[in-house]
Design a protein around this ligand. Structure first.
Ligand SMILES: *Cc1c(COP(=O)(O)O)cnc(C)c1O
Length: 314
């Protein structure tokens, strides 16, 4: 079993609200993974419990990762790395570095002392090679770098979401929520959360399937990505089964990554206004919007709120 650090506040609460059920159109329980921590909160910290354990085991002194300019993953990584005494270097995608406001995730990453390198969307397409080049330069200077892929979505990172399903099973056994969900719903940005949930559901039950709502790439791309992540995870944990419970939806992406349609914006506001639940516009808002649009609608859903508040405020 790969080693793991304890970094997140777990188990995360389960939350239910009648007004939210009415708005979404089915019974929906919310797993509050937006409450896994303070400024470092969100879904990425579950992956980082494995990834940074590996970094520490390897004697790393610096982590290198990448993302959008308002990346939740880069922010969570740099804050948690600092907690562990590690430096971080963040390769952040932007088409105009000068115009990036020092707000939200970017501000928090800077506060952690991370070294920020803005790269163009063209360079970002080559991010893995750029991160390795960065890593080699550090090695030449006698440092010990550790590279974390986009979103922490490797097989190792996804094990954090396998464990989240085991955590849900314990909560079900304590009667904190219904015993079996028709579906677990999440946003899908780099695929690790969806892949881990799918493996977890295959291993522990708790739900019949996973509906992942894509926020950037299409279904075919995410099927390839999640298949690869699941293969990597099974190599690390041979007790995990082959699964076919994951459905990826690409009809709710909105106009572009980070941009919502008018209907999606209105839905996001209605959710907060009717239930007090604040979703983010890049991921969780589109995912719950997707659940509200599903046809046929499940009867009983578990929605994983993956966080993203700093981006909402940026
Ligand atoms: C990264 C992220 C996601 C998507 O998770 P992946 O594992 O990258 O697919 C969803 N919600 C928020 C708030 C995120 O930061």
């Amino acid at each position: 079993m790969p080693s793991k650090l304890h970094l997140a506040n777990k188990p995360t609460p389960l939350w239910h609200n009648d007004a939210l059920d009415r708005l979404v159109g089915c019974e929906v329980w919310v797993k509050r993974d937006d409450m896994t921590g303070g400024a470092e909160a969100g879904n990425k910290i579950r992956k980082l419990e494995y990834l940074l354990a590996d970094a520490v085991d390897q004697g790393a002194d610096t982590v290198i990762t990448c993302g959008a300019a308002q990346s939740n993953h880069a922010r969570a990584t740099s804050l948690v790395a600092r907690r562990l005494g590690l430096d971080s270097i963040l390769l952040l995608r932007t088409s105009d570095a000068e115009a990036e406001p020092n707000t939200g995730n970017l501000r928090l990453s800077r506060m952690s002392g991370a070294t920020i390198r803005f790269i163009s969307p063209e360079q970002y397409a080559d991010r893995d090679r750029l991160m390795h080049a960065e890593s080699e330069q550090l090695v030449e200077r006698g440092r010990k770098p550790y590279v974390i892929v986009e979103g922490g979505s490797s097989g190792l990172g996804a094990l954090g979401y396998v464990d989240a399903v085991a955590e849900l099973l314990e909560q079900q056994q304590l009667d904190l929520c219904p015993m079996s969900f028709d579906t677990i719903v999440c946003a899908c940005g780099s695929g690790g959360t969806a892949a881990g949930l799918s493996l977890g559901v295959g291993r522990y039950g708790t739900a019949r399937r996973v509906d992942a709502v894509a926020v950037c790439d299409d279904t075919a791309a995410f099927e390839a990505i999640t298949t690869r992540i699941c293969d990597e995870a099974r190599a690390l944990r041979p007790d995990l089964p082959l699964t076919s419970n994951l459905i990826i939806h690409d009809a709710y992406r909105g106009p572009a990554y980070g941009e919502m349609s008018q209907a999606q914006r209105e839905f996001l506001d209605q959710v907060a206004a009717s239930s007090g639940l604040v979703l983010d516009p890049v991921y969780s808002g589109k995912a719950l919007f997707g659940l509200a649009q599903l046809d046929p609608k499940p009867r009983l859903a578990l929605f994983v709120h993956t966080g993203g508040l700093p981006g909402t405020l940026a």
